[in-house]
Design a protein around this ligand. Structure first.
Ligand code: ZN
Length: 236
């Protein structure tokens, strides 16, 4: 990518201390940003934002300087204002900002607005001991799957299909949970704008990432998120 400016990524979560410090000493957004900066090799500049900041961390000015927004939320979806979701929606749909929703962000307003869906799940389970999650690469030629082969996460929360979203343009990864036999479309992507708005952005949803498990330190997950940033920024 010679001559191209670094991709500016904003990684959002609810507040710096939401995830257990023993698992995520720098919160979830810190772990994700660090992984992207490591693997991005100078082509990605990831920074953090959270709900406690001015304009809930996503002011008009901040979004105007963001190429890809990554959103992790869980306990404070209800506090995210409609005006916040609206700013994110317009950045994606009107000027092509990329959007990545992680795990429980399936119920966040920005995801529901951007992708236009309820985000309802068929079921979920936070088990003790935790579920094992087997992830299969369904679209090996998709840029988000580059360098990734089938892999397993030893501990995760389970989500079951069906997942109420518009039909994705690609199911890049699918999960299987052997404890209960459930499946979930775990890594899916959309080109937004229904083909009528060429400036609309791309979106990716990635399921793993419950806050009590070290999922965002997993080497495969880090590669997937880096690939997703490149794809959502329309660099691949
Ligand atoms: Zn969770």
């Amino acid at each position: 990518m010679p001559g191209q400016k670094p991709i500016r990524v904003l990684v959002w979560d609810e507040k710096p201390s939401h995830a257990p410090k023993s698992v995520y000493p720098e919160s979830i957004n810190g772990a994700v940003a660090k992984g992207l900066n490591e693997l991005g090799d100078g082509h990605i500049k990831a920074v953090m934002a959270n709900i406690e900041e001015l304009e809930q961390g996503v002011s008009e000015h901040t979004l105007s300087q963001t190429d890809v927004l990554i959103w992790w939320g869980h306990a404070r979806h209800g506090e995210v204002q409609e005006s916040t979701a609206s700013r994110v929606y317009h950045a994606v749909h009107d000027r092509g900002m990329g959007f990545i929703a992680l795990h429980s962000a399936h119920y966040s307003k920005p995801f529901q607005w951007v992708v236009k869906c309820s985000g309802n799940l068929g079921g979920w389970r936070e088990a003790t001991p935790a579920d094992t999650e087997e992830i299969t690469v369904c679209a090996p030629r998709h840029p988000i799957a580059k360098g990734v082969e089938d892999f397993m996460l030893d501990q995760e929360e389970m989500y079951a299909a069906p997942f109420d979203t518009p039909a994705p343009h690609a199911v890049v990864f699918q999960s299987f949970f052997p404890m209960g036999g459930e499946y979930f479309p775990t890594g899916i992507c959309w080109q937004l704008g229904e083909g009528k708005h060429p400036h609309a952005g791309r979106a990716f949803y990635f399921r793993p990432g419950h806050e009590t498990y070290p999922t965002y330190f997993d080497p495969n997950v880090k590669v997937i998120l880096k690939n997703a940033v490149l794809w959502c920024a329309k660099r691949v």
